[in-house]
Design a protein around this ligand. Structure first.
Ligand code: F0G
Length: 420
């Protein structure tokens, strides 16, 4: 079982108070000397650790966005566009309908390339420069590739992305293409693309920037910091629960790390940690299966399918970090149908919040958990929406109103409006 306890011991491998620790065997490594993604000894996942952890006071007067939180990150500044500082929308009609104490929507689609991946890439590409690698690479259901392409371009580096052929939304491919990534369309699913990229990385052919890379998760941690600060400012308390869409479970792992560090720093108590609650599509729900069956690890689903292509993932590589996160915080995981996802996407759009299908899984999941009585009416909840509506224009058009053809005159328009 993974050991995610943060200790006070600073190993000799630490560089300026930063090191990498294996969550399985506890081995420590220097952070930037060599390129490594997993433990040399046991192949366990690595986590970035710090000698000093900041509290909220340390962030005061530090500007906005991801780098406001540089005291919680391995560098003071990264390759930036800039990213973070996303809105925490109020959605009063949905809040009423769901029936919770409060509901806010943290819209990560408002990042520079339209998804939360930007928070990870601003740190990850900075690290790539530090370790001095040439080519950057990732497997992706789309958003990671768009972010990597943009941040790679910003950093003046070559990027290579492997995508499951025919299963990536149009907006995401367009972004990767225009930001000059080499796009390899693989006849396979995301998990198989990731297997290949891991092989390439192992052979020294590319620097891997999937969420297996522990530095990516450091940037994504700042979602949690922003939610905690803003929620506290608005309500005088932290949210009871955060519901988020889960694919590779990187974000779940990142949020859990955020909260562990805040507790360790004394910024919040254990009781103040929000319950991490994952939502997956029914056709790709290995995390839900593991939570429901009490498994220590996920079973790899070979066949996955969902309209929410961003989370069409059967082998969540960050499960060893994310499953304890869900369990230790008192959260849970829930599977939702594609129809429920589309309905939630429409309802969010009806409040002016435009999200891609995967993002709407969080609201769909919250609804289901309210129906089941798992989420109480006294809870304050934040739903994370991870990607922008324009990422998947086909899904948006399908879910939305149909254009109505009309003749070219004011009379014809008025007549049409009167008749329909
Ligand atoms: N939502 C969106 C819009 C995503 O693009 C992803 C992941 C997730 C949720 C799930 O996040 O993996 O941290 O659990 N997209 C990756 C990609 C896999 O390649 O863009 P996770």
């Amino acid at each position: 079982m993974a050991d995610l306890q943060l200790t006070d011991d600073v190993p000799s491998a630490a560089d300026d108070g930063v090191w990498l620790a294996c969550i399985e065997c506890g081995e420590s490594f220097a952070p930037f000397e060599d390129v490594r993604y997993t433990c040399d000894h046991c192949d366990g996942l690595l986590e970035v650790r710090y000698a000093d952890l900041p509290t909220f006071e340390d962030f005061e007067g530090e500007g906005s966005g991801v780098w406001r939180y540089h005291d919680a990150l391995p560098f003071d500044v990264g390759v930036t566009l800039p990213e973070g500082n996303t809105p925490l929308h109020r959605v009063p009609r949905i809040e009423d309908e769901v029936g919770v104490e409060s509901l806010r929507v943290k819209h990560e689609g408002m990042n520079p390339t339209g998804s939360f991946k930007d928070r990870g890439m601003t740190v990850g590409v900075r690290v790539a420069k530090e370790v001095g690698v040439g080519r950057l690479a990732c497997a992706s259901t789309g958003n990671t590739s768009a972010a990597l392409a943009a941040y790679g371009a910003r950093g003046g580096m070559e990027t290579l992305v492997l995508l499951p052929a025919g299963k990536v939304a149009a907006g995401k491919i367009a972004q990767a293409a225009l930001h000059k990534a080499r796009i390899l369309e693989v006849d396979g699913n995301f998990d198989q693309c990731l297997d290949i990229v891991q092989d390439l990385a192992q052979r020294g052919e590319a620097y891997l920037l999937n969420s297996l890379n522990p530095f990516r998760l450091e940037g994504q941690k700042t979602i949690g910091l922003e939610i905690m600060e803003e929620h506290y400012a608005d309500y005088g308390e932290y949210p009871d629960r955060i519901v988020l869409p889960v694919g590779n479970a990187g974000n779940t792992a990142a949020l859990y790390k955020c909260f562990r560090e805040l507790v360790k720093a004394g910024a919040i108590t254990e009781e103040q940690v929000p319950k991490l609650t994952g939502a997956q599509a029914e056709g790709a729900a290995p995390m839900v299966e593991a939570i429901e069956e009490g498994l220590d690890e996920t079973r790899r689903w070979e066949d996955v399918e969902t309209r929410a292509t961003a989370i069409r993932i059967g082998n969540p590589v960050n499960a060893p970090k994310a499953l304890p996160g869900i369990r230790e915080t008192g959260g849970t995981a829930v599977a939702v149908s594609d129809e429920e996802i589309t309905e939630a996407q429409r309802d969010l759009a009806g409040e002016g919040v435009g999200v891609e299908p995967a993002s709407a899984a969080s609201l769909a999941g919250l609804r289901k958990l309210r129906e089941r009585g798992v989420v109480g009416d006294d809870e304050s909840v934040v739903c994370l929406t991870t990607g922008h509506l324009l990422k998947d224009p086909d899904a948006a058009a399908e879910a939305g109103n149909d254009p109505e053809p009309v003749a070219n005159s004011t009379e014809a328009v008025l007549e049409h409006l009167a008749e329909n």
